[in-house]
Design a protein around this ligand. Sequence first.
Ligand code: DUC
Ligand code: ZN
Ligand code: ZN
Ligand code: ZN
Length: 464
Amino acid sequence: MGRTVIHGGLVVNAGDSIRASVLIEGERIVAVADPESSFVEAFAQGADLVDATGKYVIPGGIDAHTHMQAEAFNSTASDTFETGTIAAAFGGTTTILDFAAPVPGANSLVEAVDRYHAKAEGQCAVDYGFHVNTRGIDETRLKEMTQLVGEGITSFKMFTAYPGDWYSTDDQLFRAYRHLGNLGALPMMHAENGIVIDVMREEAVLRGDTDPVWHSLTRPEAMEAEAVHRCGRLAEVAGSPVYIVHLSSEPALEEVLRARERGVQISAETCPQYLFLDLDHLREPDFGGSKYVCSPPIRDKRNQNPLWKALGNRGLATVATDHCPFCWDQKELGRDDFRNIPNGIPGVEHRVEQIYQGVVDGHLSLNRWVEVCSTEVARTFGLHPRKGVITAGADADIVIFDPHTPHTISAATHHMANDYSAFEGQSLPGSVETTFLHGRKIVDGGRYLGTKGDGRFLARSTAA
Ligand code: DUC
Ligand code: ZN
Ligand code: ZN
Ligand code: ZN
């Protein structure tokens, strides 16, 4: 079995930062040890030596929210599992959790998962697992949930948005939460009041307000907060946990905090687009605003600081990208009516580097950066301690991060299959130098060294 020693770097976990050597044998971490010890010296004989002096050695990133080659909004997301996971690897993400989704008109969760296994198997550059997009919740769906939990798919996304499509009624949500709570599985919520939003969307278009900015103005923060509140109360009565995906605004955050104060097991993720982009982007001329159309929408800038602060103080649990890329010609579908713009932003490549900006800006510690990008994601989704931590016995999914080599995001250099970047020109203070998956370098110094199919399906566990 191949041996590697990563030496000279600062090993940063959620709990501590230490100067140590990381010893890898085969696919696993064997030890994190004092570089001067005789054990390390002996192990290093004949091993590959990787010098990480001046760098951070961190657990591989885990992005819990991607949509590779998703069929959505009358289009198909432009990254395949192959291209999207290679881009992830370049950005220091070694695991993605994608959403298996039933095709339009269908409800079977098992069928959706079968289809997604077929799409992803043998294609991925990094490890992957699935959540399932859920609609039409009835006894059959609950039975399917039980079956899928047994197959390592332990989280299910439900919606208070998209009436007539993904929307679930309160009684459906309540039954699903209770069922999943009993299984130790996790309900995930897209929390926006889609019923009211649809009224506002229709009225806007009738008035002639069809530009991209209306996508945001017809999805008010209050209607996100209302739905988060409702989900928290439903979980409170159902006795289940609930995880809010893509939380975008301060009022919604306040509802999470209030529910938690009551003792509800509620947690939430936010995404880089809500931390770095604002309404002005949606107002870019010549339909340029369409590049930033995602749901929930990009908000007024005053939401950004509270979200950063909450990442630092554990008000928010995780950062995911909601990577759902559509190219320019696909965004064109909504030129005359913002309602037809495919919703989504490419981002899987940049999350770890973007959130490091928050360390430099004083919003979060190095340890907290690692926690929100990896460790807490692993804990939340049944992957810890195999993933999300640099410790003996864990998978050797490791990133060497150079805090002194800046990186400017551009569609001209990114690896995602998308012809624009929503973060074009964003200058970041540090960059990913090397990515290890299962003990092997898959990215090093800007080159991809992996092989198609390196990434494996992860069957996840339920809450203990
Ligand atoms: N929700 C997502 O999570 N992604 C795409 C659009 C949406 O509504
Ligand atoms: Zn990068
Ligand atoms: Zn959503
Ligand atoms: Zn999403």
